[in-house]
Design a protein around this ligand. Sequence first.
Ligand code: GLV
Length: 325
Amino acid sequence: MSQKPKVIASVTLPPDLRERLAAACDIIEIPMGQRPDEVVSEETRAQITGMVCTMKTKVDAALLAALPALTVSSNFAVGFDNVDVPAATARKVLICNTPRVLDGAVADITIGLMLCLARNLVAGDAFVRSGAWTKGPFPLARDIRGKTLGLLGMGRIGRVVARTAQAFDMKVIYHNRREDPHAQGLATYVARDELFKASDVLSIHIPLAAETRHSVGKRELGLMKNSAYLINTARGPVVDEAALIEALRAGKIAGAGLDVMEQEPLPASSPLCELPNVVLQAHIGSATHETRRAMIELAVANLIDAVTGKQPEAMVNPEVWQGHA
Ligand code: GLV
């Protein structure tokens, strides 16, 4: 009988990584997003010690209870709002994620959305394709140079955005739960309300948690300049979308660039799709060949390390590994 640890993979594995994982573990592959408690037999579930999955798998208390031998769940994402971390910690299940390797890609999309909004690039493309250019020039847009970029959240991604914005001669301010010593020379710490009031572009870089859900709502949007843009590449539910739609319709802010929404995939019937001052993307912050490869490599390495007794690189609840949980 095989002595290898049994793991579930609810993610598409590149062949070389499947081979690497198979050398260390017995893999049970299930379709992405399917709950193991629905598609794997109870007998097999009882032997599962590890899992690698995407944000589509809700690692909740019920799933954790259905995998009684689980010691690690490795998220193929930096975010882990799909995981009930306190429930995992209580069961001594280590949660891993994929930080660092996607910082540049998400920062690039943030800057891209900012340029699309300020320079009206999406409308500009339609303007040329439709032949409207032959009848007159495209309306003037706005500079981002010399403007103030406000970052709500100053973690790894926020810092890369700040560094990149400096190349555009932007003044960068930020608000975080606490001042970040790594932000020195990159961005100036301001109070939360001041961030919303002073920013020409306000970009969100905080995780989704109970405390941050709808934390950017009517009040915050009301503090912003009428000429300001809101960018969200973090998680949709951090913003109260109904309040945002109202603010955009009423011209309380000038526009929004959204890579994430409250409902994903966003249906075409969403009012967001009708607003001309919104640029939408399909949650593609990390969606490049290079970045996704780096993420899946890290997610698989985290899983192999954890089930073979080596400390994984990226742990969400390290107290489990350290035996303090
Ligand atoms: C993407 O949204 C991620 O959390 O990696």
